[in-house]
Design a protein around this ligand. Structure first.
Ligand SMILES: Cc1cc2nc3c(=O)[nH]c(=O)nc-3n(C[C@H](O)[C@H](O)[C@H](O)COP(=O)(O)OP(=O)(O)OC[C@H]3O[C@@H](n4cnc5c(N)ncnc54)[C@H](O)[C@@H]3O)c2cc1C
Length: 399
């Protein structure tokens, strides 16, 4: 039995920032992170757009609003102080249709209520900031604080902080059974006991919670996000360009995303999938889990729960490059099917949970505590941006 002060299950950005924050609070303590993969970036933490979000999307008072706004500043400071790559490019939000103008006003109000600096621009002003933007309704929002970082570089640096502060990260160590009352976790590398166990297992957080005996009204519904890449490495975007999203759907819509190598991507799509780690082909599908996820998707499509049928119809158009370009042409100009290729490497899956009582995809972070375990469920976007603030919040929940 290995006894320690904190055990964290999951070594992605959420688990690592929690371990780091604990070591900042209690410098001489024994902290162990258990990660089933051989690195920290195999899943969401290494497969996202790297956008440091401002917090304009989320309703005032929600956890996502609070933690995104404070996390955005903490992430920007962390990256800048350590000399990591950051592009302080800002984000343009373009209404893709006339009906999106109403949502644009909602975003403006939400953003201002959350204390985010936002500017309303004319089409001409938007074009001066980004020549590829398509301001078809002559109204564009500009959020200067939004930036882009290299998520893998950031996660590697947080990992280094944890190790330098004395934390131990066990890779290839999958957490099996958990006794939440005793605070014990069985793994392939031994049993760990601690007065505080944090479940930050991302795509498996609901299953880990179940194994720890937590009963909730939540089920799991993963959504795959695929990206397309601009073939021409000389094609550059000065700013991020996003559509004003359909606020009835839980995703931000296909947008531009550039990285530290100067590559420009477009995406991500939002397709419900039957495998938690189903990045390609039939990989990552466990058949029992897959069957239950399939049944639940069919039910949600039939009832158009959360506008999922509308979303599925929209997603079907993204199967062909022409469909992707059509979607993109509503917010940017000058990108055609011949310019794009599917990116096989850049695919991510969102760890989204579903509230069975309210029949709704859960729209906020969920943190639950049971005996000695704190469970981080629904670490959806912008959990990467929010991670430093999220870690403080999670540890403040300790009984
Ligand atoms: C396509 C896409 C784009 C996104 N873009 C953005 C963005 O631009 N900005 C932003 O802020 N957010 C974005 N997000 C969201 C962000 O990536 C996630 O919210 C964040 O990475 C969640 O981190 P995590 O540590 O909870 O999850 P993960 O990175 O999945 O880490 C959880 C870890 O737990 C491990 N694990 C699971 N089960 C066990 C077990 N039994 N034992 C031990 N270890 C286990 C897994 O191997 C994994 O490494 C995006 C997400 C997706 C999918």
């Amino acid at each position: 039995m290995n006894t320690c002060d904190l055990v964290v299950i999951g070594g992605g950005v959420v688990g690592l920032t929690i371990a780091r924050e604990w070591l900042l609070r209690y410098p001489k303590s024994d902290v162990v992170v258990l990660e089933k993969e051989q690195n920290s970036v195999a899943h969401g933490s290494g497969r996202n757009s790297g956008v440091v979000h401002s917090g304009i999307y989320y309703t005032e008072g929600s956890l996502r609003a609070q933690l995104c706004v404070s996390g955005c500043q903490l992430m920007r400071d962390y990256v800048s102080e350590r000399g990591l790559w950051i592009d302080n490019c800002g984000k343009l939000l373009v209404p893709p249709s006339e009906s999106a103008l109403g949502s644009m006003q909602v975003l403006l109000d939400r953003g201002r209520a959350n204390g985010v600096e936002i500017h309303q621009l004319t089409g001409k002003e938007a074009l001066e900031l980004e020549p590829h933007v398509n301001p078809q309704f002559d109204q564009v929002l500009f959020v200067p604080i939004t930036s882009v970082v290299n998520p893998k570089e950031v996660v590697e640096r947080i990992k280094k902080d944890v190790i330098e502060a004395g934390g131990v990260i066990h890779y290839n160590a999958s957490a099996g059974s958990i006794d939440s009352k005793c605070g014990t976790v069985q793994t392939s590398v031994g049993t760990f006991e601690s007065p505080t166990v944090v479940n930050a297992a991302g795509l498996f957080a609901d299953q880990v919670a179940k194994r720890a005996g937590l009963k909730t009204r939540y089920s799991f519904q993963p959504f795959k996000g695929k990206y397309w890449k601009h073939k021409n490495t000389h094609f550059k975007m000065r700013r991020l360009v996003y559509p004003v999203p359909d606020l009835d759907l839980p995703f931000l819509g296909v947008h531009t995303a550039h990285n530290s190598h100067g590559e420009v991507y477009f995406g991500p799509s939002s397709t419900p999938v039957i495998g938690r780690e189903n990045y390609k082909g039939l990989q990552g599908i466990s058949w029992l889990d897959g069957l239950s996820l399939s049944a639940s998707i069919v039910k949600k499509l039939l009832h158009n729960t959360n506008g999922l049928r509308t979303l599925a119809l929209r997603e079907m158009k993204l199967v062909r490059l022409k469909g992707v370009c059509n979607e993109l042409s509503k917010i940017i100009s000058g990108v055609g099917p011949d310019d794009l290729e599917r990116s096989l490497a850049k695919v991510g899956i969102r760890s989204q949970i579903f509230d069975a009582d309210r029949q709704h995809l859960v729209n906020d972070f969920v943190v639950l505590q049971d005996d000695k375990t704190i469970h981080v469920l629904n670490a959806i976007s912008p959990a990467f941006t929010a991670s430093f603030a999220f870690a403080r919040y999670v540890l403040d929940q300790q009984k």
